[in-house]
Design a binder for this molecule. Structure first.
Ligand code: ADP
Length: 222
């Protein structure tokens, strides 16, 4: 199963991917997590990306193409993947098409998590992320059991530098301008599934399950 998750920052892609990857039996590939890991490990890519990511801008397409191509070639991704954070613009969507064409297997589903700007800002301002394992939390709607500590690995919870208010505005603007057009791109191809991202984590999880269920029924009758 080859699935892409698309949605504005704060729509819950990372949170939902944690459950979805188990349900689908595929690895969760988050380009944002990969970049943050590269940044903290101070790799060549990390040093190139640091200032860009912290300002909420997009890392150049050629750098991203390299990262994604290599990750999708890893043995665990051969049977499928849940890709989150890529593609983010039309050029990247074409690059992904090229990578998948080489394997003769296109995308099965593109899940679109839709959310309004006001709710995005509320969610991101309260988001905290584990510095060690990237698990996401929210100060009021998904707090950890012990304040400031990750439930999964005990790591320290921190606010991402790009979750600061002025950077969030830039990320949202870029999402609406560059990434939103991909929704129509994939809709025309017949692989898009719209999912309402409002409400609780379990409500959204239920909608994602339903969307995948319908997709399967649709696919079987085709
Ligand atoms: P978001 O919550 O904004 O979707 P991510 O964790 O997916 O956050 O990504 C964080 C940052 O990493 C982005 O704002 C951007 O700077 C960089 N990034 C991630 N994926 C890509 C990509 N496909 N192309 C360019 N930059 C990317």
């Amino acid at each position: 199963m080859r699935v892409v998750l698309i949605g504005p920052p704060g729509a819950g892609k990372g949170t939902q991917a944690a459950a979805l990857r188990i349900r689908l039996g595929v690895p969760h590939i988050s380009t944002g997590d990969m970049l943050r890991e590269a940044i903290s490990a101070r790799t060549v890519v990390g040093e190139k990306a640091r200032g860009i990511v912290e300002a909420g801008r997009l890392v150049p397409d050629d750098v991203m193409a390299e990262i994604v191509r290599e990750r999708l070639e890893a043995p665990d991704a051969v049977g499928g993947f849940l890709l989150d954070g890529y593609p983010r613009n039309l050029d990247q969507a074409q690059t992904l098409d090229g990578i998948l064409e080489g394997r003769g297997k296109g995308l099965d589903h593109v899940l679109h998590l839709a959310l309004e700007d006001s709710e995005i800002i509320r969610r991101l301002s309260g988001r905290r992320t584990c510095e060690s394992c990237n698990a996401p939390y929210h100060v009021t709607s998904a707090p950890p059991r012990m304040a400031g500590r990750c439930d999964v690995c005990g790591g320290r919870l921190a606010q991402r530098p790009d979750d600061k208010e002025e950077v969030v505005a830039e990320r949202l603007k870029l999402f609406r301008e560059r990434t939103q057009p991909l929704v129509d791109f994939y809709r025309k191809r017949g692989v898009l599934r719209d999912v309402d991202a409002t409400g609780s984590i379990t409500q959204v999880q239920g909608r994602l399950e339903a969307a995948l269920g319908e997709a399967r029924i649709g696919g079987a009758s085709r």
